[in-house]
Design a protein around this ligand. Structure first.
Ligand code: MIC
Ligand code: SF4
Length: 654
């Protein structure tokens, strides 16, 4: 039987297990990437593991989320990251050089290689045939130390793209259509492999918009085969020699098939406040807009900003709104400036910003109260823009620019008729010729020791798992709770990412402001949630902080992949409960796990009995591999890896 492309790359990197969907496999990691807000913990953990040099073929540290450095703590974090990259042998990308996924795609992404990154949108270079996976920081630290990365073997789903995109429709509409059909949990445990004539018709930057936002489906990764377009893109980036041809076998067997005819796609938009709340733009046309943002790792490339720039050239954005363009990378920004597009946008009333994630997580350009903001980003979780009860819509650069000109949501096809606009299409430059001044390559490092500012704390450690878990249900939450709910990323909170003691005060504040204090008072407790608990970001702080506050177990109907791994890594027991138990259990209820927890976890027991208020009992399930059970028993991955290293083993956790 033939293999899918995912299976081929995984087979080449397999160090443990076999490729049976649902079973855990261990793979070798060729490249790692870190960004500023998760990277500090990666390096603190790398240090705590007594590792002295990055062992992967390539390690890259980016500074992209809080580039404005509102607080000295952010600047200290960036200096620490530069010093860690220098000390341990990673490339370093200075603040302002761009978003990790964009800069990595431009400089380092390579077909056929594996990439592990401490950011959930790491799958971006799947658009050029790299198998890239997002993970918690501790998993990155271990992989960078030479250990394998363990993940559940995903099901591989074929997304067959037929036809070609009509004018005014874009790659963003392809992924929005996927979200409309499959929802934010439709991709859990899956890799989406895009094939067919429609896939061949897309350029690499269009493909990476799709693979980037595959994360919103909950997918482990998304992947395109490589072809002439991949080769051409790499050549234009000056890296043609890194091209290899990669395809699935003709007789590859997929777990499922989804067919999308690109020719049927019209401009789509995700309405507040979930990326899968997708409708055709025309259905919400007429809605007044006060802010338009073009940028982010999904649509911040040169090829994304250019259509918007072409549309606003010689026009004026509506007087009552602000349009901000933040290119995804300095390369893109520099090229647009050289070609005169930046001046055209400025003349049209656009505010051109530095290359940053910034507004995507509420750092700068926070929308006005009770207003509509249209963004080319990938997430619109409530409150993420920096104001509670926000109204953020997600769309393509074409739809965003159209709204900026009209002052309200408008189908760009209608606006084109009205203003006589030509469809801007997608255009690649002859050569991506941005400077590399802001990349400090490992071989040119300027630091050889760690520089820690006063806010950079210790990595918290947890005791080995005890035999008894009981406590109050400190919070009962609904479905699809995001890591933005658990640990928000706005600038007032983000500055404490390297200081868990301070950061933990904000735990779950977006759900209940009293939570952190109540948890501290209780000393211990459990959390209850519905489906897809912990979707969104890879931030391990969403597990570390609850652990720090004494949370010992999370009872949820289901968990998002990266967050579940983070719970194991920090010694919190993730238990699956059914709908009936979820409905019956109330906030404030006392929950006790009846079994001897340490013994049961170690012995491989799946079914646990929980007793609630000493009154009724229910079953909760622990779905965990042997390795995950060892991690839990040790109190987390850091203590376990340390123990193994002291026993002379490699920094893997097997
Ligand atoms: C996000 O888009 O939510 C982030 C901010 O990039 C996160 C990383 C973080 O929390 O630092 C992610 O996607 O993993
Ligand atoms: Fe940055 Fe937003 Fe992309 Fe996360 S989703 S990496 S915050 S641009």
């Amino acid at each position: 039987m033939g293999q899918t492309l995912t299976e081929k790359i995984l087979s080449d990197h397999l160090v443990e297990g076999d490729l049976t969907p649902g079973e855990e496999i261990g793979i070798e990691i060729d490249q790692v990437l870190m960004q500023d807000t998760t990277g500090t913990m990666v390096w603190l953990q790398f240090e705590a593991l007594d590792l002295d040099e990055a062992q992967t073929e390539l390690a890259a540290q980016y500074c992209d989320h809080q580039t404005y450095q509102f607080d000295f703590k952010n600047t200290d974090d960036h200096r620490f990251l530069r010093s860690a990259a220098g000390t341990y042998g990673a490339h370093f990308s200075r603040p302002g050089n761009g978003i990790c996924h964009n800069v990595h795609k431009e400089n380092f992404a390579a077909p056929g290689k594996t990439l592990l990154g401490s950011d959930s949108h790491t799958p971006t270079p799947g658009g050029l045939g790299q198998l890239a996976i997002g993970a918690g920081g501790l998993d990155i630290a271990v992989a960078m130390g030479g250990g394998a990365y363990y993940v559940e073997m995903p099901e591989v789903v074929n997304v067959r793209l037929e036809g070609e995109l009509p004018e005014w429709s874009s790659a963003k509409d392809v992924i929005l259509e996927m979200l409309r059909r499959e929802t934010v949990k439709g991709g859990v445990g899956k890799v989406f492999e895009y094939t067919g004539p429609g896939a061949e018709s897309l350029t690499v930057p269009e493909r990476t918009t799709i693979t980037n936002m595959g994360t919103e489906l909950g997918a482990t990764s998304s992947l395109f085969e490589t072809d002439e377009k991949t080769k051409d893109y790499l050549e234009r980036q000056g890296r043609g020699d890194e091209y290899i041809e990669l395809t699935a076998d003709d007789d590859a067997e997929y777990a499922d098939e989804i067919v999308i005819d690109l020719g049927d796609l019209e401009p789509l938009i995700a309405c507040p406040s979930m990326p899968d709340n997708v409708v055709p733009v025309r259905e919400v046309a007429g809605e007044k807009v006060e802010q338009v943002l073009v940028g982010s790792c999904t649509n911040g490339g040169y090829e994304d900003v250019l259509p918007a720039a072409k549309m606003v050239k010689d026009q004026e954005v509506a007087k009552h709104l602000e349009m901000i363009v933040a290119p995804g990378s300095k390369q893109a920004g520099e090229m647009l400036a050289r070609e005169g597009w930046t001046a055209e946008m400025m003349a049209a009333g656009v505010n051109v910003s530095e290359a940053t994630c910034g507004p995507c997580i509420g750092i700068g350009h926070v929308p006005a109260s009770d207003s509509v903001s249209l963004r080319t980003f990938n997430r619109n979780f409530e409150g993420r823009s920096g104001i509670e009860e926000d109204n953020v819509y997600l769309c393509s650069p074409q739809v965003a620019a159209a709204a900026a000109l009209k002052g309200e949501i408008v189908d760009p096809r209608d606006l084109a008729d009205e203003l006589g606009l030509d469809a801007p299409g997608v255009e690649l430059p002859d050569k991506y010729n941005g400077s590399k001044t802001d990349l400090i390559y490992a071989e040119d490092a300027i630091d050889d020791e760690l520089i820690k500012g006063p806010n950079i704390g210790e990595v918290p450690l947890q005791d080995p798992l005890g035999s008894h878990i009981s406590g109050e249900t400190l919070l009962k939450m609904e479905d699809n709770i995001t890591t933005d709910h658990i640990i928000p990323a706005t600038s007032d909170i983000l500055k404490f990412r390297s200081n868990i003691e301070r950061l933990s005060d904000f735990t779950l504040s977006r759900v209940d402001e009293t939570f952190a204090q109540r948890a501290k008072d209780a000393g211990t407790g459990v959390l209850v949630a519905g489906e897809n608990y912990g979707q969104g970001s890879s931030r391990e702080h969403a597990a570390m902080c609850p652990m720090y506050l004494g949370i010992e177990a999370v009872l949820a109907q289901s968990f998002a992949r990266i967050h579940k791994a983070n719970l194991f890594n920090f010694g919190i027991v993730p238990l699956a409960i059914d709908e009936e138990t979820y409905a019956k259990i109330e906030q404030g209820d006392d929950v006790e796990i009846v079994d001897d927890v340490a013994e049961a976890v170690e012995s491989g027991q799946e079914e646990f009995t929980i007793r609630v208020n000493d009154d009724w009992e229910a079953t909760a399930n622990l779905h965990a591999s042997e390795r995950e059970r060892r991690i839990l028993t040790a109190g987390g991955k850091l203590p376990l890896t340390k123990q193994q290293a002291e026993g002379g083993a490699a920094p893997a956790d097997d």
